[in-house]
Design a protein around this ligand. Structure first.
Ligand code: MG
Ligand code: ZN
Length: 223
């Protein structure tokens, strides 16, 4: 095997532009957070790759927490509202956010979506990001907690290959645990990998289709 080609600092195209964008995003994220806090709304980011189970997790959380909290959701997707409709079935307000070609949500899009909601009538807001384990790590949205969903069908190396998204995660959900044997994935090893990257992350195991394990996620979120 040849030596790895490594991008050096300053060598990547658009690096300065990117620094400016991230700074502007941070500022808006802080404003979003202040606005949410002012209204007593706790926002929770749900991040993970395509098909990991972010939408099903939100659906199960909404079902579990109905009656205890007044909830809403933002659903980031490139063009569709498929997931937004799935969540809305459970009787919560959903604002779909279409990012076009962008592979992540940013604080500006969240700021615009917040204007669509009556924050006084809410306690909890789930923000489902675009399916992607890379750039959502860099773009704060103004949430109080960050959840990363990974599933055993994505293979045994999800955590070690994408360390940055796990560094700031409060809760990591390992999903589709019912398929672990068929996929020959060691769930405990995945958990250890996450803990190595972020010892503070609470790791829970779940089957988002059946809902098994949802109470542990609720507990891990302190809800
Ligand atoms: Mg989804
Ligand atoms: Zn992106």
């Amino acid at each position: 095997m040849k030596e790895v080609v490594k991008a050096e600092e300053g060598e990547v195209f658009d690096i300065e532009l990117e620094a400016d964008i991230l700074e502007a995003n941070e500022k808006l994220a802080t404003e979003n957070k202040e606005l949410l806090r002012k209204h007593g709304v706790q926002a929770i980011d749900i991040m993970g790759s395509i098909g990991s189970g972010k939408t099903s997790l939100i659906e199960k959380l909404v079902q579990e927490l109905k009656g205890k909290y007044r909830m809403a959701a933002f659903k980031g997707d490139l063009t569709t509202t498929i997931d937004a409709e799935l969540i809305a079935r459970h009787g919560v307000e959903v604002v779909p956010i279409n990012t076009g070609k962008e592979c992540h949500l940013d604080a500006n899009l969240v700021r615009k979506a917040l204007q669509r909601l009556d924050l006084n009538s809410l306690d909890l807001l789930f923000i489902e990001n675009v399916g992607n384990l890379i750039c959502p790590a860099e773009f704060s949205l103004g949430s109080e907690k960050r959840v990363v969903v990974i599933s055993v069908t994505e293979g045994p190396y999800m955590a070690v290959k994408h360390p940055f998204i796990f560094m700031d995660a409060d809760v990591v959900v390992i999903n589709k645990v019912d398929l672990a044997r068929a996929m020959e994935v060691d769930v405990r090893k995945l958990e250890t990998d996450v803990k190595k990257i972020n010892p503070n992350a609470k790791v829970t195991v779940m089957n988002c289709r059946s809902g098994e394990g949802v109470r542990e996620v609720v507990k891990a979120l302190g809800l």
